[in-house]
Design a protein around this ligand. Structure first.
Ligand SMILES: Cc1ncc(COP(=O)(O)O)c(C=O)c1O
Length: 400
């Protein structure tokens, strides 16, 4: 089908680019357009903390504005922030990153993902990643001209990606393994032993690894392993993380990439032409978060853990069996017993009971039969949502 711009005669195959045409609009956003017009909805949908940013962090940014810090910064980010971050990675993982050449401050992990794909991929290069996974992973690969290669993961294996399944998909074109734990949408966490097996595959096939650890601090009774700390992996790994989830800073739009010099230089080239730098106030806030945000994070994580327990128990009790998430703030219950698809379940639950969840298929084919419920919302709302979901499930059981 050809098309043309209004009032012009030149025909285009399509006005928008083939790359953009290849990706669907985000399944999460599409769904939330639907609920924007409704009242009285309890949302377990959007994946963000229900807390505002801790006050001392907000205050640091307010002071920055008062002092007139309203300019561009270095493309890489304010030197003091990079210094703090370097120290933070040293303290957390005993990793050494040179603040002047191996760290880049980005507009969230979102920008870092886009930059790293554009910096590394040539047309047709393949990137192996888990299914289901965070919605941006395959889209960023396609927009950079690469090809996502999905590895199915299953509840029976705790939604962990297996090294042998990765290896079975390695081809001449494979360049990168992209993984992120704790995971969105499943809440899965991968232990060190299994990550070591993936490291072995990366080494054997000379692959790069992108490790998204935006939920690193949100773990419940298990230890988070940073992939970069595994033997021989620092040079191979691009570590992405940020402030959105751990410090309740989604709206500030700040994250970072840590990698070897060559990769950071390539990512910085794109960043300097497209974004220039992260807003200075957000960078000042991030310095404060790194210096003294730990206590607030611990408090929030303890509260998420209480909510997690209520959510998981409640879902199991109403007949939606739920894998136990050990990280992030998502429960990913199976809705297979209802006989509905994830899309159908989510839409009907929203229309009939005004509870918003995200269909598992927004995160890939293997998300069919599941829905994502974010428990970063008040206990009262979680309890009310569970009681509405029980009514919904009971009603449809009877119908069935
Ligand atoms: C796994 C994962 N990575 C990255 C992001 C994007 O985070 P940011 O706010 O830093 O752009 C999200 C947001 O939900 C996420 O779940």
């Amino acid at each position: 089908m050809s098309t043309n711009l209004p009032g012009q005669s030149r025909k285009y195959e399509s006005i928008t680019s083939q790359r953009v045409n290849q990706i669907p609009p985000s399944g999460i956003r599409r769904f939330f357009d639907l609920l924007a017009s409704m009242e009285g909805v309890i949302s377990l949908g959007i994946g963000e903390p229900d807390y505002p940013t801790p006050w001392h962090i907000r205050e640091a940014a307010i002071h920055a504005i008062e002092k007139g810090y309203t300019m561009y910064t270095s493309n890489l980010g304010i030197p003091e922030l990079r210094q703090e971050l370097s120290q933070h990675l040293k303290n957390s993982y005993n990793l050494d990153y040179d603040p002047n050449s191996q760290l880049l401050i980005t507009i969230g992990v979102s920008e870092a993902l886009d930059l790293v794909m554009r910096a590394l991929l040539n047309p047709g290069d393949e990137v192996i990643m888990p299914d289901p996974c965070y919605v941006s992973y395959p889209a960023c690969v396609v927009l950079a001209g690469g090809t996502p290669v999905m590895v199915p993961t299953y509840e029976k294996n705790n939604f962990e990606i297996s090294a042998s399944d990765i290896e079975a998909r390695v081809s001449d074109k494979t360049k990168i393994i992209l993984i992120g734990y704790p995971a969105n949408p499943t809440g899965a966490v991968m232990g060190k032993e299994k990550l070591l097996q993936i490291a072995e595959v990366a080494r054997r096939h000379q692959l790069l690894v992108i490790y998204d650890e935006i939920y690193a601090k949100l773990v419940y009774g298990v230890k988070h392993t940073c992939f970069t700390t595994l033997p021989g992996m620092k040079e191979r790994t691009i570590l992405l993380s940020g402030f959105s989830k751990a410090y309740a800073m989604t709206g500030w739009r700040i994250g970072y990439a840590a990698a070897n010099k060559e990769i950071i230089a390539a990512m910085t080239k794109i960043h300097q032409y497209t974004l220039l730098c992260v807003p200075i106030m957000a960078q000042v806030a991030a310095i404060e978060a790194l210096k003294s945000g730990e206590a607030s994070t611990t408090e929030m994580v303890n509260e998420y853990n209480r909510r997690r327990q209520v959510m998981v128990k409640g879902l199991n009790e109403i007949g939606l069996p739920c894998f136990e998430p050990r990280g992030a703030f998502y429960a990913f219950p199976s809705i297979k017993g209802t006989g509905m698809t994830s899309q159908e379940f989510s839409e009907r639950l929203l229309l009939e009971e005004k509870v918003a969840v995200v269909p598992g298929t927004a995160f890939g084919r293997c998300g069919e039969g599941y829905v994502r419920c974010c428990f970063a919302t008040s206990l009262a709302d979680i309890e009310e949502a569970l009681s509405r979901m029980k009514r919904f499930v009971d009603k449809h059981k009877k119908e069935g």
